[in-house]
Ligand binder design. Structure first.
Ligand code: CP
Ligand code: NVA
Length: 324
């Protein structure tokens, strides 16, 4: 029977090059490596749909630490690990000794002796970097306040499927310069997309990340526009993307954010400026009537559930690539 190993040949990338590495931001792999992961994810998706098992992770275990709520990340990682032949263990951060002050470094060293990889969703990105520094196994970021790389990989897989290719695709992100925006903009500029990000003043992307993305765009033939003008960003766009105005951990700012983001709602008037074949994307969960209107997210251009499904396939490619 065909296996993904024999199916995936992307010049200049050896699957072994990924072994043991971390996935923390979305730009730790170069363009060829990202393209390989997308191709691998597509093949794993096709195999799963065809009922062809691919189980390279038999006997392997993934520890999943959650300090924040989750539906998609938790379920897709757990199911993905099972489909790859391994098992995943849910660990509530509050119930670990970590939640009572055990050092991150000790936790990293202990868990490295039990499990084969760790997926973590938490607040401070620095904590995940510390975990990665002290662990001897791959660390996968399942969302921090600063990055959401697994989401970005699934998003790019979705855009590639829907648009046929990535180079030059006009991607407009409208809303908060948050974790989802940071990883998406980094990976999309590495892959040569024409990225426009529109945020209200005071909610821009981290300037260091933006500068890094500009360099990636220069190297890939992509483009990057950062603006406060949502109409300018969406004009002629192939993809219109938004996310919640108040991310997890920022609830105290909710009232101020509702006012500050009011002009950045993705609605019919805004999407009328996009390409007639535009697709609407959102990482979910969504707040209808806030960052997006129901007619847009539930309308014919929306691919949000294809996007959510692709979390599973993209993360299977990551796990099968990184875990030794
Ligand atoms: N998009 C996403 O990460 O969803 P969950 O918060 O449900 O995991
Ligand atoms: N930006 C959102 C994404 C949720 C998946 C948050 O951090 O809450």
């Amino acid at each position: 029977m065909e296996t993904a190993k024999t199916l995936v040949h992307y010049q200049a990338v050896q699957p072994s090059e990924f072994k043991g590495k971390d996935f923390l931001r979305g730009d730790e792999f170069n363009r060829q490596e990202l393209e390989y992961l997308l191709k691998f994810a597509g093949e794993l998706k096709r195999m799963q749909k065809n009922g062809q098992p691919y189980q390279p992770l038999k006997g392997k275990t993934l520890g999943m630490i959650f300090d924040k709520a989750s539906t998609r990340t938790r379920v897709s990682f757990e199911v993905g690990m099972y489909q790859l032949g391994g098992m995943a263990m849910y660990l509530n951060g509050k119930e670990l000794q970590l939640g009572r002050g055990e050092p991150i470094s000790d936790t990293a060293k202990v868990l490295s002796r039990y499990v084969d990889a760790i997926m973590i969703r938490t607040f401070a990105h620095a904590g995940v970097e510390e975990l990665a520094e002290h662990a001897t196994i791959p660390i996968i970021n399942g969302l921090t306040d600063l990055f959401h790389p697994c989401q970005a990989l699934a998003d790019l897989l979705t855009i590639q499927e829907q648009k046929g290719s990535l180079q030059g695709v006009k991607l407009a992100y409208v809303g908060d310069g948050n974790n989802v925006a940071n990883s998406l903009v980094l990976a999309a500029t590495l892959l040569g997309l024409d990225v426009r990000i529109a945020t209200p003043a005071g909610y821009e992307m981290d300037q260091t990340i933006l500068l890094q993305a500009r360099q990636y765009a220069d190297g890939s033939g992509g483009k990057l526009l950062a603006t406060t003008d949502a109409e300018l960003a969406v004009y002629g766009a192939d993809v219109v993307y938004t996310d919640v105005w108040t991310s997890m951990g920022f609830e105290a700012e909710n009232e101020a954010r509702l006012k500050d983001f009011a002009a950045y709602q993705v609605n019919r008037a805004l999407t009328n400026l996009a390409s007639p074949e535009y697709i609407f994307m959102h990482c979910l969960p969504a707040h209808r009537g806030e960052e997006v209107t129901a007619d847009v997210i539930d309308g014919p251009h929306s691919v949000v559930f294809e996007q959510a499904e692709n979390r599973l396939h993209a993360q299977k490619a990551i796990m099968a690539s990184l875990i030794e």
